[in-house]
Design a protein around this ligand. Structure first.
Ligand code: PLP
Length: 372
């Protein structure tokens, strides 16, 4: 099988698997005070240090959660609860992941005003953002990189716009796709007050995430109970998954990032100038996601045809795959024809140049065979 769907989830890395094997033996509860608990707590502390280091954050600024979706929900509801007295407005983009856009819709139903910044061509409309900020906001939530188009949004420009407005809004960023894949690894902590990340997009396991919460920033807890994770996220920590997350972070270093960039450029070269395909390359993008369209062949038809040849790609994000919703692509400005024939290629550590050649050949053969 040739797997080009690492934006949906990645193959667990060796570092993650080894760390998990070790953690299985350390079965104490990190909150227990006996030696089994102390050993587990040490493992948890080390994992927190590793994830914090990858973010250039302090260990106490990392809160482990059960996934990127939980991190986003915790950030949004946690900020909204504590900041409602300041303003009942939130500014976001029009192409966020459902784990951001859905909680915002819940708040909208409860009377909050949500302003959605257009992202035509994969670029945040900064004039729109600045105008919205002048009306005040409790917080801004904008993703680092889009999961359907690969567009990278300029979070430092968002920070500057917030500071310029003087409205005092906090900045949350869904950094699930961008974490470790953007060139400036310090970009998240330099600009955000709160940020969400997820283990399974970088070689960790599904069902593990984290929230970066800058020192001094207050959030209302979303899951209440035993007060784990500094009181912000109750529930006994998933030590095996968290240890694997740390192992994955340590392995997903600059080698993986540069390998992915090489494959991205290689594939773009293979497909450029071919008349059967249109490449949708945002001016600023992460190199793990390449969005293309094969006009005349519906996405799901191409997907199934490639799948039959042993190649996994996607028609958009995994969570929209069964619903046929590709709202980020529509916000990007793709025409109906391009939307209906869109294919997302996403690269991972395990892909090779040979995989890219096979993909390009099979795409072309399939396009010629199936074109209406
Ligand atoms: N945010 C973005 C941009 C994503 O791509 C995803 C997953 O695809 C998530 C959030 C949700 O992460 P998780 O699958 O860990 O809940």
């Amino acid at each position: 099988m040739i797997y080009f769907d690492s934006a949906a989830t990645t193959h667990p890395s060796e570092g993650a698997v080894n760390a998990a094997k070790n953690a299985i033996e350390i079965y104490g509860n990190p909150s227990s005070v006996h030696s089994a608990g102390i050993n587990a707590k040490k493992l948890l502390d080390n994992a927190r240090k590793a994830v914090a280091k990858a973010l250039s954050a302090k260990p106490e600024e990392v809160i482990f959660t059960s996934c990127g979706s939980e991190s986003n929900n915790q950030a949004i509801f946690g900020l909204a609860k504590l900041r409602a007295r300041r303003s009942k407005r939130i500014i976001t983009s029009d192409s966020e992941h459902p784990s951001v856009s859905s909680p915002l819709s819940v708040l909208e139903d409860e009377g909050w005003e949500i302003a959605r910044v257009p992202t035509l061509g994969g670029k945040l409309d900064m004039d729109f953002l600045q105008a919205e900020l002048s009306k005040g906001a409790a917080f801004v939530t904008i993703m680092l990189a889009n999961n359907e188009t690969g567009a990278k949004y300029d979070i430092s420009a968002v920070r500057k716009a917030i500071d310029k407005s003087g409205c005092g809004a906090l900045l949350h960023c869904d950094a699930v796709q961008g974490f470790l894949k953007v060139s400036d690894k310090r970009e998240i902590v330099k600009n955000c007050d709160v940020a969400s990340i997820s283990a399974h997009k970088i070689g960790g396991f599904k069902g593990v995430g984290a929230l970066y919460v800058k020192s001094g920033v207050r959030l209302a807890p979303y899951i209440h109970g035993g007060g784990q994770e500094g009181g912000l996220r109750s529930g006994t920590e998933n030590l095996v998954g968290i240890s694997a997350f740390a192992g994955a972070v340590e392995e997903f270093d600059s080698n993986v990032t540069s390998h992915i960039s090489e494959l991205y450029n290689y594939t773009v070269n293979l497909l450029s100038g071919k008349d059967f395909v249109t490449l949708h390359i945002p001016e600023s993008h992460i190199d793990s996601i390449l969005l293309i369209s094969v006009p005349g062949v519906r996405s799901e038809v191409m997907l199934n045809a490639l799948n039959a040849l042993g190649i996994c790609v996607s028609a958009g994000s995994a969570c929209s795959a069964r619903k046929g919703v590709t709202h980020a692509m529509a916000s990007f400005g793709l025409s109906k024809e391009m939307l209906e024939s869109a294919v997302r290629i996403s690269f991972g550590a395990g892909n090779t140049k040979e995989d890219c050649i096979t993909l390009a050949e099979k795409l072309e053969e399939t396009a010629k065979r199936l074109k209406r």
